[in-house]
Design a protein. Structure first.
Length: 445
């Protein structure tokens, strides 16, 4: 063990990504160990990002120019979260200024297809991130609802289903959206079939059973994308909903003849609890399929009484557990929200790691921002999840091996007590102390 660096966030001592002095490397000690196994590699990490929702883009565009630059640095810059990915919505979502699509109502030819709406605010924010990053963020898309005339309930909100006679047209709509973005130099690398396909929401939503998803991907979306020559650079994910039935849902979809050919992975959210075991089941039975975490946020409707520390710890706990479960990419929800937790066209407000102040001209970084950074800043694209074992459940911990050989060990203490740790690899160790309600990232070679 050499070149040890310890980065710590501990609000009680005013520490945010503070580099601390490492203790002396000694012979391994028997007790209180967190043991790292760099030769035991599992999944390869693609990266981290957040969602370029219309709400985020609208809030971003309202900032003064210097604050806009600062925000993109805080998200995609080297001094910030070092994000490399992003999620976008096709048609409106709840975090939009209102319902919208890219065609005139009733257009069955797609002749009126036009992404001018996105060019106003969403695309400029993507372009700013691209400039900061030096390359375009890897993008994943998802629809919340087809246009109203394609649905059984005749509206974008309140669920409803895709009408059978419009399945082919809706698949062509996907293709057209991807091609329109490509025509202005923006590539989309991943798509899911439907955001939260089993949730009837007061906002943009559409219901798909597992059979519906399987049929749509096997008979319509997959062939449409293949015909358009998109599958060389595009991958299709299913589910895009909470984790608790993710394994069962993926298993049922893949049992349909033809679906496996087009489905590359399963996307999950966190809103109904940990359920990390379901991720392990997916990796066990479908090791060739990837799992992405595509959305999570602190909902005011559910967690309005939580403290900043609790919110930050939830983020870190989820990220550590999801990555250890086999997830290879993590997308936070809105990259920024306004002071209310929106804008949101049905009042479904939520918190975000970065939030604008009431003036709309400045923003604040919440504690969750710093906890997220303990992973996103140091786990590099192409890193391997490696095995680790810990002596106590008082800590959450995960270890990674970066392509340059640097080990990254993230350790979270959610308890109100100090927890000692002997971080060990082979016959060497270094002593650490995790302060109450703190998080550390340890880097070493």
């Amino acid at each position: 063990m050499k070149n040890i660096k310890i980065i710590e966030t501990d609000t009680s001592r005013g520490l945010f990504w503070a580099q601390q002095s490492a203790g002396e490397v000694t012979a391994a000690k028997e007790m209180k160990q967190l043991v790292i196994y760099p030769d035991e590699k599992e999944t390869t990490i693609r990266g981290f990002g957040g969602a370029f929702t219309e709400a985020a883009a609208h809030t971003y565009m309202g900032l003064p120019e210097d604050k806009k630059d600062n925000l993109i640095e805080d998200l995609y810059g080297d001094s910030g979260l070092r994000y490399t990915m992003g999620r976008i919505h096709m048609n409106s979502c709840d975090f939009a200024l209102g319902n919208y699509t890219y065609i005139d109502d009733g257009d069955e030819t797609l002749d009126t297809f036009d992404i001018s709406h996105d060019k106003k605010e969403i695309i400029p924010m993507i372009e700013a991130a691209t400039k900061k990053l030096g390359r375009q963020p890897v993008l994943m898309m998802a629809p919340w609802s087809p246009p109203p005339f394609m649905k059984t309930n005749g509206e974008m909100n309140h669920g409803g289903k895709l009408k059978s006679e419009y399945k082919e047209l809706w698949a062509k709509y996907f293709v057209r959206f991807i091609e329109e973005y490509r025509s202005i130099g923006i590539d989309i690398s991943f798509t899911s079939i439907q955001n939260e396909p089993m949730a009837t929401q007061t906002w943009d939503s559409c219901i798909y059973t597992a059979q519906d998803e399987a049929e749509f991907v096997a008979d319509y979306l997959g062939p449409a994308m293949e015909k358009a020559g998109l599958l060389d650079k595009m991958k299709i994910f299913v589910w895009d909903h909470n984790k608790e039935i993710s394994y069962v849902r993926l298993k049922e979809i893949l049992s349909r003849k033809g679906a496996d050919r087009y489905v590359s992975g399963c996307a999950v959210h966190w809103y109904t609890g940990d359920h990390f075991e379901n991720l392990r089941l997916i990796k066990k039975h479908f090791p060739e399929k990837e799992i992405f975490f595509t959305e999570g946020c602190v909902e005011y409707s559910r967690l309005s009484d939580a403290s900043d520390v609790q919110n930050a710890e939830m983020y870190a706990h989820q990220m550590i557990g999801n990555l250890k479960g086999g997830i290879t990419a993590i997308f936070d929800w809105n990259l920024i929200v306004d002071f209310q937790g929106g804008p949101n066209h049905v009042g479904n407000y939520c918190d975000a790691p970065i939030k604008a102040l009431e003036s709309g001209k400045e923003y604040e970084k919440k504690l969750s921002y710093y906890y997220i950074g303990h992973l996103t800043r140091y786990i590099r694209e192409g890193a391997s999840l490696i095995w680790s074992s810990k002596y106590t459940d008082k800590l959450d911990a995960a270890a990674f091996l970066n392509p340059d050989g640097v080990r990254v060990v993230v350790i979270l203490n959610k308890t109100g007590e100090e927890v000692p740790v002997n971080l060990r690899e082979d016959d060497e160790c270094v002593e650490l102390t995790l302060a109450p309600h703190s998080i550390q990232t340890v880097l070493y070679e």
